[in-house]
Design a protein around this ligand. Structure first.
Ligand code: NAD
Length: 444
């Protein structure tokens, strides 16, 4: 059997069916390989085997279903069922934060122990570590596997994943680069061959450099947003417009426009935990990291800053109703892990406000949630854009105005056309931008 580009189809296994594992499994099946996906959460595995992908990730569901149906993709709960025959095993389990901020590698070690129990005697395979792990983990995994199963030929390669939620399939299939941190040349060649159809530059490096590069990329993206948020606060104080400032910055080829959006700050399942892990790593090594710590501190201020900005126009929030537009940590996905939008909702509640939320796909148990932004805005004293869902841009602002008790919109993602909002008679506030419209008299 051969793949889409005529190469030999391989038998692959993926351990862990989260955002990364599901995308890796579905995309390699799409490229023509046979993939067994191993997920220890039985309910999740059952849903996946029935074709239900448990997250709102565009393109993933149809791809997943197609390859379940054509038999190139199978789902298993037990490693012993999914691993035999695999030539490459992708480790895609979670690496959450421990209480001290360091990465909790419990899932990684448990998966490795299961792998050691399940691999057939004398098997040869490459173990590719897709999970984001602290530098040195790939080496420890190699030592661990050699100790547990000296009969196996199982080189371990650091192969960090850079996909973004909300565009996971696209990102996986058109990556800007593939990183292969390997000590074993043959293992690196096997993986490079698998990725060849994606036509991306391949960076071959030491495993420890690959591991550190993944953390460095996430920290740098967070740094850009925190930097812009500091400039936005200055802009607000000076009467400048952060949108105009970042337009100038973004056109500088040395800077570029990405990740220069001022607002509520960064969140999600990766940036916060990976920055915490990097800071913990530096601390443990005795390496000063004031820049890394500053990135986190600036981000941590954004929610309180947003609440204060709202109160500066709306007055005390006690007893006020606030429509929270958005719960997901970013548009295009339903992931609320470390979501600044949820943190904002909680802070508004702590300030005494009643929160009515809207999100097209994400859910939570803490607020009344509507799937319709107009319903959430009914009788509200203010509406706050907490996730930059594109559909919010085209709301009928006259209708919003007629539904709200007071005409105040705080765009904490700088996602709206402020002039359109203003034209409907609403007061429009954004972060790092001058106020548009006359604030209504503050009550209470
Ligand atoms: P996730 O928590 O959504 O999914 C991990 C899955 O692994 C869970 O379903 C869990 O039940 C399963 N699992 C854990 N131990 C297992 C075992 N022993 N056997 C079988 N299944 C097991 O995580 P995620 O968001 O997919 O991220 C996975 C890794 O990739 C993390 O290290 C993360 O930092 C990194 N990463 C994530 C993204 C992203 O956008 N989410 C992007 C790049 C890298």
């Amino acid at each position: 059997m051969s793949t889409r580009d005529g190469a030999m189809a391989r038998r692959l296994a993926v351990i862990g069916a989260g955002y990364v594992g599901l995308t890796v499994a579905a995309c390699f099946a799409h490229l023509g390989h046979r993939v067994s996906c191993i997920e220890c959460d039985e309910a999740k595995a059952r849903a996946l085997a029935a074709g239900r992908v448990p997250m709102a990730e565009p393109e993933l569901q149809p791809l997943w279903r197609r390859h379940l149906e054509d038999g190139t993709l199978t789902v298993h709960c037990e490693a012993a069922e999914g691993l035999p025959g695999a030539e490459v095993v992708f480790l895609c389990v979670g690496t959450p934060s421990s209480p001290d901020g360091a990465a909790d590698l419990g899932q990684v070690w448990r998966a490795a122990a299961e792998l050691a129990r399940a691999m057939p005697r004398g098997a040869r395979a490459v173990l590719a570590v897709k999970s984001t792990v602290p530098p040195g983990t790939t080496h420890h995994l190699s030592v661990m596997m050699r100790g547990l199963r000296p009969d196996l030929h199982l080189p371990v390669v650091a192969n960090p994943e850079f996909l973004r939620e909300g565009r996971a399939v696209q990102d996986f299939l058109s990556p800007p680069r593939i990183v292969l941190g390997a000590d074993d040349e043959e293992a690196a060649r096997t993986l490079a061959e698998l990725y060849r159809p994606l036509d991306a530059p391949v960076v071959h490096c030491r495993p420890i450099s690959a591991e550190l590069a993944k953390y460095a990329c996430n920290a740098f993206l967070a740094a850009r947003v925190s930097f812009v948020n500091e400039i936005a606060e200055l802009a607000e104080t000076l009467g400048a417009d952060i949108g105009e400032v970042t337009a100038v910055m973004g056109l500088d080829p040395r800077i570029g426009p990405a990740y220069l959006e001022a607002g509520l700050g960064w969140g999600g399942s990766c940036l916060p935990k990976d920055l915490r892990a990097l800071i913990a790593l530096a601390r443990g090594l005795g390496v000063p990291s004031p820049v890394l710590e500053g990135i986190a501190q600036t981000n941590a201020r954004q929610v309180a800053r947003t609440v204060a900005r709202l109160a500066s126009v709306a007055g005390p929030l006690e007893g006020k109703r606030v429509a929270l537009w958005g719960l997901a940590f970013k548009p295009g996905c339903d992931d609320t892990r470390d979501s600044p939008a949820l943190a904002l909702g909680r802070a508004l509640q702590e300030a005494g406000a009643e929160v009515t939320a809207y999100d097209p796909v994400a859910s939570c148990t803490e607020f009344a949630i509507h799937r319709d932004p107009y319903r959430a805005a009914e009788a509200a004293d203010a509406a706050v854009v907490a996730t930059g869902w594109p559909e919010l841009r085209s709301l009928d602002w006259a209708r919003v105005r007629s539904l709200m008790k007071r005409p105040l919109v705080l765009d904490a993602r700088n996602a709206l056309d402020g002039e359109a909002v203003r034209a409907a008679g609403l007061v429009y506030m954004a972060l790092g931008r001058p106020l548009v419209g006359e604030p209504a008299p503050v009550e209470g």
